[in-house]
Design a protein around this ligand. Structure first.
Ligand SMILES: Nc1nc2c(c(=O)[nH]1)N[C@H]1C(S)=C(S)[C@@H](COP(=O)(O)O)O[C@H]1N2
Ligand SMILES: [Mo]
Length: 253
């Protein structure tokens, strides 16, 4: 996905907000390489019957839009030819959990108007975003990877975080946990990915769903995400698996 810098320059912030709520696809999506053929017809802007459509098209509340607007600087993306298929090293602190994608439901809850449980089918009916980015692990390696999945922003539009929500907490099936500031989580390049380098996400890389974003270090990119909770406060010593061992919480790139 590429940001449309012209769009950014040409429109005022208010116009962008209107654009976002009209298109239902969030800021800057106009030029992103989301594959609209994969998008379920219920998300067609012309079809207003479904309750889900209304939910998706609802803009986020003003205070959250203001918070996330500050962080919309795009991170570098690469061409497909730059992908390094063997460079992404599996890095798991424990055993690899195996999740049945057919029965799996992602819990999305916390400080939201409409808590939800989303099946992979529900998730795959949201706009599909592709990006080729660099994954950086603090252990001294990096890899150019293509991730495809859905924006956390689009999931937020479904559940409608409350005005006080400042953080997003991610629980994983291997008992890993992470927390992000809401601005980073709702950044347009922060995805819940279900494909890697053009194929279904391998189990060892976090299937069925993992975080992928070019704006945070590798340890923030939770694999096997089973629960996404919006929250007003973080619990000390429960901020992140590696963070609680002394690694930096924000871990921005
Ligand atoms: N659930 C879970 N997510 C995780 C980890 C983990 O151990 N468990 N390791 C993190 C670290 S340190 C890195 S660098 C990346 C590695 O992703 P990969 O194994 O797909 O290369 O996953 C991150 N997400
Ligand atoms: Mo890492």
């Amino acid at each position: 996905m590429q940001f449309d810098k012209h769009l950014y320059r040409r429109f005022s912030r208010r116009q962008l907000m209107q654009y976002a709520s009209l298109s239902g696809m969030g800021l800057f999506l106009g030029s992103c390489s989301s594959d609209s053929s994969r998008v379920s017809p219920i998300f067609n802007p012309l079809n207003q019957q479904s309750g889900n459509v209304r939910a998706l098209f609802e803009p986020l509340n003003q205070s959250i839009e203001e918070l996330i607007f500050q962080s919309k600087t795009p991170s570098r993306e690469y061409p497909i030819s730059a992908i390094e298929p063997n460079a992404l090293l599996v890095n798991s602190f424990d055993t690899t959990p195996v999740i049945n994608p057919n029965t799996f439901k992602l819990i999305v809850d916390g400080a939201v108007e409409r808590p939800m449980q989303l099946s992979m089918k529900d998730i795959q009916s949201l706009p599909l975003i592709s990006m080729v980015i660099q994954h950086v692990c603090v252990e001294g390696w990096a890899a150019i990877v293509q991730w495809r999945g859905v924006r956390l922003y689009d999931i937020a539009k479904l559940v409608q975080p409350k005005a006080g929500a400042r953080y997003v907490y991610f629980e994983s099936a291997d008992n890993y946990y992470e927390s992000w500031d809401i601005a980073s989580a709702l950044h347009p390049q922060s995805l819940l990915a279900y494909q890697k380098n053009g194929q279904d996400l391998p189990v060892e890389n976090g299937a069925p769903l993992r975080l992928a974003s070019p704006i945070k270090l590798g340890y923030k990119q939770s694999k096997w995400v089973i629960r996404v909770s919006f929250t007003n406060e973080l619990v000390q010593q429960r901020r992140g698996y590696w963070v609680d061992e002394g690694y930096e919480w924000f871990a921005g790139l």
